[in-house]
Write a protein that binds this ligand. Structure first.
Ligand code: PMP
Ligand code: GLN
Length: 378
């Protein structure tokens, strides 16, 4: 029968993790921590199971967790979302993004993505029958180019998807960037998905500029986050969407027939754990130290370091090391040097190859040191 996604294969993250396992390579490809989460979080979830929180929770998420999320956003970004009508608990950011797209994109609607972009966006838009409009971030710096975004807007534009801190480029949007987007969208009815899964990984004293801080954005935005990233539990697949009540109402219509709801004990455990802000407030320093360890280890090598100001990724230019294209280089690096990475071309619809690959530094220091020992052979 005809495929709904004829051009889609297995994601690069799965492919590279399998190759890394096959060759016993240090896996700096797929983005996930190789260290344990806080035992207090596991205890909180265990307590929730032991006290009988094991049946369906409310469709939109348990009230205590929605309240904890609303309070956190209010404290950090000074916008109060109503826990009942504006916060929904999702099965990770991936489900949140798909659900938001299905909720608002009609067949033929145009959706702007800024490339390079996370690999689920484009297939999600296609599943909704939307038309993907690709706008490149500025080559080299990966900054948003508002003139190009503006030129891509038409009367059919329904949605734009933005992502800060950014996967894969590790750049962070400034308040000026957010204001520029706010101004650009002001005269339009265009909706926004603001993918903020790396919200707590911003370095060198910079601040995460959530869309929640900019009324002209927040009023039209699905703001997506992921506890998997924030609390080192990517396998739990649990996240949130904050959106104004009318958007949330449409989101929930799709959500209830998509997953209906999300696992109960994790929700109670996270609600409990969120009472203490220290774990997420310490995250910038925690990951900045890992970034610095990794960068210092590569200084003096022929891999040219690009800036990494947020997320848990470090991109490098490989052109002084190899004549291979990005994808072939990543295969070679995994097999021959024993370190897995992700080609940036995987984040472009046309496979654009700029000789840059992405490493994930969400790893134990000893893992990073082992990877550095191997990479210094280059
Ligand atoms: N958006 C971005 C930019 C991501 O990097 C990821 C995780 N790789 C996701 C969304 C999906 O997050 P989750 O694991 O919570 O589904
Ligand atoms: N978001 C992670 C990354 O960019 C991987 C998620 C996945 O494997 N789908 O590496």
């Amino acid at each position: 029968f005809p495929s709904r996604l004829p051009n889609v294969g297995t994601t690069i993250f799965t492919v590279m993790s399998a190759l890394a396992a096959e060759h016993k390579a240090v896996n700096l490809g797929q983005g996930f921590p190789d260290f344990a989460c806080d035992p207090a979080l596991v205890d909180a979830v265990t307590r929730a199971m032991q006290t009988g929180h094991n049946q369906y929770p409310p469709m939109v998420g348990v009230p205590a967790l929605r309240e904890a999320v609303a309070s956190k956003i209010e404290t950090l970004h000074a916008r109060r979302y109503c826990p009942n009508s504006e916060i929904t608990i999702t099965a990770g950011a991936t489900q949140a993004i798909l659900t938001a797209i299905l909720a608002c994109v009609q067949p033929g609607d145009e959706v702007i993505v800024l490339e390079p972009c996370y690999d689920s966006y484009v297939p999600n838009i296609e599943l909704a029958g939307g038309v993907v409009v690709r706008v490149p971030l500025t080559p080299g710096s990966f900054r948003p180019d508002f003139a190009r975004i503006s030129a891509a807007i038409t009367p059919r534009t329904r949605l734009i998807i933005a992502n800060t801190p950014h996967n894969p480029s590790a750049t962070v949007w400034t308040a000026e960037d957010m204001r520029a987007l706010e101004e650009l969208l002001a005269p339009t009815g265009i909706l926004l998905i603001s993918d903020e899964v790396y919200e707590h990984m911003v370095f060198d004293g910079a601040e995460h500029q959530s869309a929640a801080r900019f009324p002209g954005l927040a009023d039209r935005a699905f703001i997506v986050s992921s506890f998997g990233k924030t609390f080192h539990v990517t396998g739990w697949k649990i996240g949130t969407v904050a959106a104004p009540a009318p958007l949330t109402a449409e989101f929930r219509k799709v959500h209830q027939f998509n997953v209906f709801t999300v696992n109960t004990p994790m929700q109670y455990g996270l609600a409990d754990y969120l009472g203490n802000p220290a774990p997420y407030l310490q995250l910038p320093a925690f990951y900045q130290a890992k970034r610095d360890l990794f960068r210092q280890g590569l200084e003096g090598s022929r891999l040219r370091l690009l800036p990494s100001t947020g997320s848990y990724f470090q991109c490098v230019d490989i052109s002084a090391v190899s004549d291979l294209g990005e994808a072939d280089f990543c295969q070679w690096l995994t097999r021959e040097i024993g370190v897995a990475a992700i080609p940036l071309s995987a984040f472009y619809g046309d496979g654009f190859d700029q000789r840059v690959v992405r490493f994930c530094f969400a790893k134990k220091d000893e893992t990073l040191r082992e990877a550095l020992t191997r990479l210094r052979r280059l």
